[in-house]
Design a protein. Structure first.
Length: 215
């Protein structure tokens, strides 16, 4: 089941589902507009820092489920693997560039994890391992290594084409969204490339190093 009508309906529905900004909605319920606090990013990370761990965890879980559940439902409906993979990418695109948030939302790692778990659970072990390593090398760098190298891993293990497409798409969506940065980000190609790797502007690290103790 993968005709043009199925492609159109599946990707449209998945984009709109992905565009639902759970972190923003939870923030509103807690009396916080994530666009005006912290990094200004409408994602689980900023929600955690601005509201608390329980709220951030709830948002991350919901974002993960909105990536996982549609993929599993489509697979159980007998929809073809190519449509399933592209629909999964539509979910993440909707999350990253939500029509409900005027075109920009979170970074997309939670829904990406859900999509990858549904498409090929074994592939999730790699970025999950680098996420754990992020406690030592930095979460931004760990996430970049884990997700950007997924297409190579898919090629090494000779994964089916739909899985390879999903890994490549998830990697590119993560990199592009990181390069955009948060509102008020540092301009320039160098800063964009730095954000892609470390998920922060170059000036943020310098400012943190120069900040007086106890400030």
């Amino acid at each position: 089941m993968d005709g043009p009508i199925v492609w159109l309906l599946a990707t449209t529905v998945c984009y709109l589902l992905g565009a639902v900004p759970f972190a923003f909605l939870i923030g509103v319920l807690c009396g916080v507009d994530l666009r005006k606090v912290g990094t200004g990013n409408v994602g689980a990370g900023n929600l955690t820092r601005s509201v608390g761990v329980p709220a951030g965890t709830a948002a991350a879980l919901l974002d993960g489920l909105k990536g996982l559940v549609p993929v599993l439902v489509f697979k159980n409906m007998g929809i073809g693997p190519a449509v399933v993979s592209i629909s999964g990418l539509a979910i993440v695109a909707g999350h990253n560039w939500s029509v409900f948030m005027k075109g920009r939302s979170g970074r997309g790692l939670a829904p990406s994890s859900g999509v990858l778990a549904g498409v090929d659970f074994s592939m999730l072990v790699w970025p999950a391992g680098w996420a754990a390593a992020g406690w030592k090398i930095g979460g931004g760098l760990g996430g970049f290594i884990g997700w950007s190298s997924l297409p190579v891993l898919a090629a090494v293990f000779r994964k089916p084409a739909p899985v390879a497409v999903a890994t490549l798409g998830l990697s590119l969506l993560m990199i592009i969204r990181r390069m955009q940065g948060n509102p008020g980000h540092e301009p320039g190609v160098r800063a964009a490339l730095y954000r892609a790797v470390f998920d922060r502007d170059p000036g943020e690290e310098l400012a943190s190093a120069e900040e007086p103790v106890g400030h």
